[in-house]
Design a protein around this ligand. Structure first.
Ligand code: ADE
Length: 225
């Protein structure tokens, strides 16, 4: 998969993509990522990419031309399966959306800023709008990183068997069971006996029971779906 990210802050993102699973996916050659600085497409020497909103609304708006020109350049190199805009009023990111996007070949993510982008970009150039939750961030970079991470970890081959994304919370509409490691007792706090039993069938059953119990307690809404 190739991910192009259009941003005002490429340095902010490059660090996030240079660690852990995101980095490993690139080292394995499964994912490639490029950042494109929108200011390279600014129309004036001040490198500004925003302007006042028509109608006198407060806040600046990301202008249409720099984004249009940037996308035009990128589209000459690649055909995109999705051109995503990060927006608080977009469809909410969840595991199902992440799984679906992980099957795509080429994705472009446009990071929003200020009061947002000129609406004509959303109407004519964007194919999908994604929110990472019902709260407003200062910019779309963190959202782009969250979306990319959620997508990348479920691409086949990115995680190895032990860390398989299939055992993540929300795959199977259940949250994960609790996990423990050595020592088996600390401060008088004990690891549940069954996990030390060596009986894999009992352990599997316990894990399923715990997943269902936790989901009922913490995320009842996903059980009802
Ligand atoms: N930009 C600002 N807030 C956002 C959010 N919650 N999700 C995605 N992009 C955003």
């Amino acid at each position: 998969m190739h991910i192009d990210i259009i941003t005002l802050f490429p340095e902010l993102l490059s660090n996030i993509f240079s660690h852990s699973i995101m980095q490993r996916s690139q080292n394995k050659g499964i994912v490639s990522v490029e950042f494109h600085n929108l200011r390279d497409y600014a129309l004036n020497k001040y490198k500004s990419v925003d302007d006042y909103a028509y109608g006198g609304a407060a806040g600046m708006v990301m202008q249409i031309e720099p984004i249009y020109n940037c996308l035009k350049d990128l589209k000459e190199k690649r055909e995109y399966d999705e051109i995503i805009y990060t927006a608080p009023d977009g469809e909410i990111l969840n595991q199902q959306v992440s799984n679906e996007l992980s099957l795509k070949n080429n994705i472009c993510i446009l990071c929003g800023h200020y009061k947002g982008v000129d609406e004509r970009i959303r109407e004519h150039l964007i194919t999908r709008e994604i929110s990472i939750g019902n709260y407003v961030l200062s910019g779309g970079e963190l959202a782009a990183a969250v979306i990319s991470d959620a997508i990348i970890r479920v691409i086949p081959g990115v995680l190895n068997d032990e860390t398989s994304a299939l055992t993540d919370s929300f795959q199977n509409d259940l949250v994960s069971p609790p996990v423990y490691s050595r020592p088996s007792e600390f401060n008088g706090w004990k690891v549940p006996e069954v996990l030390l039993s060596g009986n894999q069938k009992l352990i599997d059953n316990w894990n399923i029971e715990q997943s269902i119990k936790r989901t009922k307690e913490r995320r009842p809404e996903i059980l009802i779906r």
